[in-house]
Each structure stands twice: as structure tokens, then as C-alpha cells.
Design a protein around this ligand. Structure first.
Ligand code: ACO
Length: 335
């Protein structure tokens, strides 16, 4: 829903409420090892993943998104009718048209709120968070929700052990509102891409999408990845994203209450934490329980942190997303 620009709009932005949803079907590494040639030991040691949730045929990313957004609105104590806009980050939308966002807005009773899907793979939620805070800062919108939602299990080649063990399904959401405390909100944001590296992580639709030198398991329509290159990209990019955000606001790593990174791989996260000299409690990791849920991973982390009351008013929190495209984004907040 568009609004006229409020000349007296509050200057701050608040993360008012969070929510998350995962499908009920929990799949452990041991259960995967019964179906494919892998082991709990290999997956745990290489990635830190112990289990993930996998949607059944009747559950779509729209269902997960709807549940997560509804919970976020409830936790924010905001009625669906107050929502001005929903931004939905996903790479597994049900249809090309309509957007998942439009149907979720309708299903939660928020019509005629604006609705748009964005595609930035695992960086999608942090892209959406930056866009949402900027929309509110503009004074044209007061309340914007962002959801990251994925049923990656639909686009995995379950015969390719190099990729299928890494991912899980889920959704996480946050509701942002204008706030009259001008010191709270997004202090710094970045959104970036390296499209020249696209073939390191891609989903080919037809033979002509398979570039020379790109990984290909043999199944079109499934996620293909050059794991070693993505690993190197993720370690260096995560580090750079954090250092750039700190430098832009003249902060040091010790000033941050928490870094909430995309959950790609425990080794990637621990390597960055080590180089940045972070205390263990400054970097949130839950990949052991969900696997890599792409656009959903950062908001699921945020929801868990909020539920556990680990974050408080005034804390500095840095969100970082990294993913296919290749893309990355960061968003530094004072809560
Ligand atoms: N179970 C058992 N063995 C396996 C499995 C598996 N699931 N997968 C691969 N192997 C084997 C390989 O066949 C290979 O065996 P070989 O030496 O006999 O040929 C051996 O394990 C080593 O394979 P590598 O691919 O070299 O393993 P690596 O140490 O690079 O780890 C991994 C692979 C975990 C995918 C790593 O490269 C990685 O984490 N990359 C980053 C991927 C990532 O995070 N992607 C997420 C999407 S993008 C993002 O979120 C930023």
C-alpha cells in the first residue's frame, strides 16, 4: 500500500517482531546416510550440520512464509491491516507469477499491502532488510515485513551427495516499523554482486545454461555447485563484508553484540570469527539444526536470538548474507 510522505515521520526504524517456520519432517545425517552414500561423520566434520527439515509434497515455501510472517506480526503486536509492504526473498517460489509475497499478503489478511519477491539467493533476506529499512526511512511507508523462505529440497539432486546434504527448508520473517527513537535502525548497509562468478552456484533450466567448467550433476532444474570455489568465496567475502561495515562506522569487532551471518558452513563461519578475533558469543551459529536454508537462515537466527532474549535495546548487530549470483549484503543495526 502506498502512503503519502509523512513530513513528520519518525526517524528511527525498529525490528518490531520476528517469526519462523520449518516443516515437521526432521531428517538427521544418519537418516540421509541410509539413502545416499554419505555419513554423519563426513557431514558433521565438513559442514557442522547434524540435521535439517525437509518439506513434504504438500508444503510450499509460501506456506512456510505465511506462518513465519504471521508469527512476526503477532510478536510485534501489529495487525495485518497495518502492513504497508511485504518483501519476500526466495529462490524456490511456487510460480514465476504471481509472486509468493502477493499470495502471502492475501492469506494473512493484509490486502492491499504492497508485495514483491526478490531473487538474491542466500543473500536475499539481507537485501530485503536493507530495502525495507530504506523504504521506512523514506517516510513513505511505516510498517514493512521481510521474509526469507525456501523449499530448497525441491531443487536438489538427491543423487548428488556433494550438494544434497548441505541444505534444508524453512522460513524466517521480521516486521520493521518506524520508531520515534532516532538512534535506532540501520546504521550502514551494503548490497553487492559478482555476476562473473555465477557458474559457481546455479540452477540450469536447459542444456544451454551449463557453462564450460561449471559443475553439473546431470539433472537439469537442480542446484549445482563448485563447493571448493564457493568455500573460498564465502570465507573472503564474509570477512570483507564485516570489515567494510566496521570501517564505515569507525567500529571494531568488539563493539558488536552479535554478527548474524548466513549459515553456509560452520567451518566458513569459524574461520571468519577467528580472523576477526570474535568472542564465541558474538557469532550466532545454528547450522547444526537447520542446515543451509538459503534466504531463510539469517531471519531464523534472528528469531532464535529474540526468543532467547539474547539481544537488547542499544545493541549493535550486523547481518551478513552471501550466496548465488554471486551476491552478498550486510546490514548494521542499532536495536
Ligand atoms: N559424503 C561423503 N563424501 C562426500 C560427500 C558426502 N556428502 N560429498 C563429497 N564427498 C567426497 C567427495 O567425493 C570427495 O571424495 P574423493 O576425494 O574420493 O573424490 C571428498 O569427499 C572430498 O570432496 P570435496 O568436494 O573436495 O570436499 P570439501 O572438503 O571441499 O567439502 C563442501 C565440500 C563441504 C561442500 C565444501 O566445499 C563447502 O562447504 N563449500 C561451500 C559450500 C557452501 O557453503 N554452499 C552453500 C551455498 S552458497 C552459500 O551459502 C554461501
Amino acid at each position: 500500500m502506498t502512503t503519502g510522505r509523512d513530513a513528520h515521520h519518525p526517524a528511527g526504524v525498529r525490528l518490531a517482531g520476528t517469526g519462523m517456520a520449518v516443516p515437521p519432517n526432521r531428517v538427521t545425517n544418519e537418516q540421509l546416510a541410509e539413502r545416499i552414500d554419505t555419513s554423519d561423520e563426513w557431514i558433521s566434520q565438513r559442514t557442522g550440520i547434524k540435521q535439517r527439515y525437509i518439506a513434504d509434497d504438500g508444503t510450499s515455501e509460501r506456506d512456510l512464509a505465511r506462518d513465519a510472517v504471521q508469527q512476526a506480526l503477532k510478536n510485534a503486536d501489529i495487525e495485518p491491516g497495518q502492513l504497508d509492504m511485504l518483501i519476500c526473498a526466495t529462490m524456490t517460489s511456487e510460480m514465476c507469477c504471481p509472486s509468493t509475497a502477493a499470495r502471502v499478503v492475501s492469506e494473512i489478511g493484509a490486502v492491499p499491502a504492497g508485495a514483491v519477491d526478490i531473487s538474491a539467493a542466500c543473500s536475499g533476506f539481507v537485501y530485503g532488510l536493507n530495502m525495507a529499512s530504506s523504504l521506512i526511512e523514506s517516510g513513505h511507508y511505516r510498517t514493512v515485513a521481510v521474509v526469507g523462505t525456501e523449499t530448497l529440497s525441491e531443487i536438489l539432486d538427491w543423487d548428488d551427495r556433494r550438494t544434497c546434504v548441505l541444505f534444508g527448508d524453512g522460513a524466517g520473517a521480521v516486521v520493521l516499523t518506524a520508531d520515534d527513537q532516532p538512534d535506532r535502525g540501520c546504521l550502514y548497509q551494503s548490497m553487492a554482486s559478482r555476476g562473473d562468478l555465477w557458474k559457481e552456484l546455479y540452477v540450469p533450466r536447459c542444456e544451454s545454461d551449463i557453462a564450460e567448467g561449471a559443475a553439473f550433476s546431470g539433472k537439469l532444474g537442480t542446484l549445482q555447485m563448485n563447493g571448493r570455489e564457493v568455500y573460498k568465496y564465502a570465507v573472503t567475502t564474509l570477512l570483507k563484508a564485516v570489515e567494510d561495515a566496521l570501517a564505515a562506522r569507525d567500529l571494531s569487532a568488539s563493539d558488536l553484540a552479535m554478527i548474524v551471518p548466513h549459515q553456509s558452513n560452520r567451518r566458513i563461519l569459524e574461520s571468519a570469527a577467528d580472523k576477526l578475533g570474535l568472542r564465541p558469543e558474538q557469532l550466532y551459529i545454528n547450522i547444526d539444526r537447520y542446515g543451509n536454508t538459503s534466504a531463510a537462515s539469517v531471519p531464523i537466527c534472528l528469531h532464535e536470538l529474540m526468543e532467547a532474549r539474547c539481544l537488547k535495546r542499544g545493541d549493535l548487530v550486523l547481518f551478513v548474507g552471501l550466496g548465488g549470483g554471486m551476491t552478498w549484503a550486510s546490514s548494521l543495526w542499532r536495536l
